[in-house]
Design a protein around this ligand. Structure first.
Ligand SMILES: *[C@@H]1O[C@H](CO)[C@@H](O)[C@H](O)[C@H]1NC(C)=O
Ligand SMILES: *[C@@H]1O[C@H](CO)[C@@H](O)[C@H](O)[C@H]1NC(C)=O
Ligand SMILES: *[C@@H]1O[C@H](CO)[C@@H](O)[C@H](O)[C@H]1NC(C)=O
Ligand SMILES: *[C@@H]1O[C@H](CO)[C@@H](O)[C@H](O)[C@H]1NC(C)=O
Ligand SMILES: *[C@@H]1O[C@H](CO)[C@@H](O)[C@H](O)[C@H]1NC(C)=O
Ligand SMILES: *[C@@H]1O[C@H](CO)[C@@H](O)[C@H](O)[C@H]1NC(C)=O
Length: 272
């Protein structure tokens, strides 16, 4: 029985040593390498606040790791190098007092500057290990959007007026994207309602009665958004111009009559 089983097993077992050795080597390599994981490949930071570029490393070794964080630019900038949490050498002046390396290799930047935005690469190496671990985390830095305002030359407009513009303005905020809302619904570029390329300015090329509505604008960036107070645009019919004028005329007449009526007795009283 043993012999019978060994016989067919023998020829089959012969090619095994090669893949097995390869597998073992691969396994050993994985164990010897540093494995870095990061929960957030993209961190959205706010200028003046802190950002944690969070990583964790796993290694078979208990030695302290050498951690190197680099900012990827045309010419990469070394942000910091450390052994464990101990920073090696001096930090560049623009990083002084703003950088910490945490126990797990994470990079803490506080306070953030707009120039900190970019892709950060971390390398963790441990003396005994043959491979170093690498990971890249993207960081955006923004200033929150302050409340936008709709700026219009006038809140009333005559039907068939040409090129009436609404301007969405806000004091602060980086990377703004604009959306115009008519009665709460987003407007898209069409032949009569033109959005500027950045969508900041809405131009009604020829005002129609249908444009009599409430308008607001929405401004967004990676960390915040703001919405303006809705502005009511009143469109008057061309024909109503005459009504206004004639109503105005009657009003003027009534006023004059009233003034005369009041003025006469008072003058009489003054004379008497
Ligand atoms: C690294 O760790 C993650 C999570 O623990 C695991 O899924 C992955 O297989 C590991 N990679 C290597 C190369 O060991
Ligand atoms: C990080 O930024 C690079 C460009 O700098 C981009 O190619 C990559 O897709 C970004 N990754 C994430 C997770 O946002
Ligand atoms: C690394 O350590 C910091 C501080 O203890 C923690 O906030 C963060 O979540 C850790 N990162 C990971 C990926 O575990
Ligand atoms: C929009 O408003 C801003 C802020 O008042 C101003 O600087 C800009 O010139 C205006 N643009 C137009 C097209 O009216
Ligand atoms: C805009 O930013 C400046 C400087 O940080 C600040 O003084 C001002 O109050 C901000 N304006 C608004 C509307 O938040
Ligand atoms: C809207 O259309 C006009 C004219 O066709 C064009 O100049 C403008 O860039 C467009 N705006 C957007 C946001 O696509």
């Amino acid at each position: 029985m043993w012999g019978a089983e060994a016989a067919p097993g023998g020829p089959r077992a012969r090619p095994r040593p090669l893949p097995l050795a390869w597998l073992l080597a691969l396994h050993a390599g994985l164990l010897a390498g540093v494995n870095i994981t990061s929960p957030t490949p993209l961190v959205r930071g706010t200028a003046g606040k802190a950002a944690l570029l969070s990583v964790r490393y796993a290694s078979a070794s208990t030695d302290k790791p050498v951690v190197k964080w680099q900012l990827k630019r045309d010419k990469p900038v070394t942000v910091v190098q450390s052994i464990g949490t101990e920073i090696i050498g001096n930090l560049r002046p623009d990083y002084r007092d703003r950088i910490r390396v945490l126990e797990n290799g994470s990079l803490l930047i506080s306070p953030l500057q707009l120039s900190d935005e970019g892709a950060y690469e971390v390398e963790v190496s441990i003396t005994d290990d043959t491979f170093t671990g690498e990971k890249t985390i993207n960081l955006t830095v923004d200033i929150p959007i302050s409340k936008p305002q709709v700026l219009v030359a006038s809140s009333t407009v005559l039907e068939l007026s040409e090129f009436f513009t609404l301007n969405c303005s806000h004091e602060n905020g980086t990377k703004p994207t604009y959306t115009w809302l008519k009665d709460g619904r987003p407007l898209s570029n069409d032949s009569r309602l033109l959005l500027s390329p950045d969508q900041k300015i809405l131009t009604i090329t020829r005002v129609l009665m249908a444009d009599d509505d409430v308008y607001s604008c929405l401004v967004e960036n990676p960390i915040s958004h703001g919405r303006s107070v809705p502005v009511k645009l009143t469109v008057y019919r061309r024909s109503s111009l005459y009504i206004i004028l004639s109503t105005g005329g009657i009003f003027l007449l009534v006023t004059l009559v009233t003034v005369c009526a009041c003025w006469k007795p008072s003058k009489k009283y003054g004379q008497g």
